[in-house]
Design a protein. Structure first.
Length: 291
């Protein structure tokens, strides 16, 4: 069983440690355990609970009202929100069933059918992104395991790589260069691959550096190609407390570039976005900017 510190709970849920402590004391929403050496920690059930509470709170439910709900009602409310956001797409339901069964053939068939009917771009926007949102919620409510998420992420990744490999790109001479990368410790590559596909489909010059890139290698590459644009995704790295410093470092190191940043780590309202950085808040914004 995993053990989390309150700072890790803050990092994963987006709720400040100070707020979590207040909620514990005032509403008794969590009950931290203690190690043999009397160090406080939280388990998977606590993490799922705080994620569910955070989701409801973001959707307008007051914490005082959430604290009065039994766990079953909280899970029901979260699942209702999920269904509302995903309603109307039989493709998503088919993908969910294939995921639960870990049926690779059925999942591949459902994904291929959606891509044939809608095209890859619309499949990403209308099926895959809502589907990924849904499986995140299903994990929070205890209906799937991280293994399910890894299973589907790898299959979607394969589809994107095949689609990129099949593109015929004729870059415009002297066109500006886009450098795409993920920082050290960041492995969530689906969005990066999708942006690569979008940029290549409009004949842009793209240097794709992939996952887990040391900052010094980003500097060398941008200098070598005289990059005009940089795109990155911060989902789990760097640590939340270091995100502002990382954004400031990007801004100072690449003052002549426009740096696009996307992902869970950059959505906090507390961040100050430097002038030459552009924060992207949603998949639709991704499509609008890079299409």
């Amino acid at each position: 069983m995993a053990q989390y510190t309150i700072k890790e709970l803050e990092h994963l849920s987006g709720i400040k440690a100070h707020t979590i402590r207040i909620w514990e004391q005032r509403y008794n929403i969590l009950c931290p355990k203690r190690t043999e050496t009397n160090i406080r920690y939280y388990d998977d059930a606590d993490l799922k609970s705080i994620l569910n509470i955070s989701l409801l709170n973001e959707r307008g439910y007051k914490i005082s009202k959430i604290a009065q709900m039994p766990p079953e009602q909280i899970m029901q409310k979260v699942q209702q929100l999920c269904e509302e956001s995903c309603r109307g797409s039989h493709h998503i339901s088919t993908l969910v069933k294939a995921m639960i069964d870990m049926d690779e053939e059925a999942f591949d068939k459902a994904l291929s059918t959606a891509a044939l009917q809608l095209g890859l771009r619309e499949t990403m926007n209308e099926v895959i992104y809502p589907f990924l949102t849904k499986i995140g919620i299903l994990w929070q409510t205890g209906n799937i395991t991280p293994a399910h998420e890894h299973f589907v992420s790898n299959l979607i990744r394969q589809k994107l790589i095949v689609a990129i490999d099949g593109q015929v790109v004729r870059p415009i001479e002297n066109a500006p260069v886009y450098v795409l990368y993920l920082p050290e410790g960041e492995l969530h590559e689906l969005v990066l691959l999708y942006v690569n596909y979008l940029l290549r489909s409009t004949n842009n010059k793209v240097v794709y550096l992939g996952q887990n890139l040391p900052f010094k290698d980003l500097e060398l590459t941008c200098r070598q190609f005289n990059a005009k644009y940089i795109f990155t995704v911060l989902t789990s790295a760097p640590e939340r407390d270091n995100v502002q410093d990382y954004l400031d470092q990007l801004s100072a190191t690449f003052p002549e570039c426009t740096v696009y940043v996307y992902g869970h780590q950059v959505q906090s309202v507390d961040l100050v976005i430097p002038d030459n950085l552009v924060k992207i808040g949603s998949p639709k914004e991704l499509f609008t900017i890079f299409n």
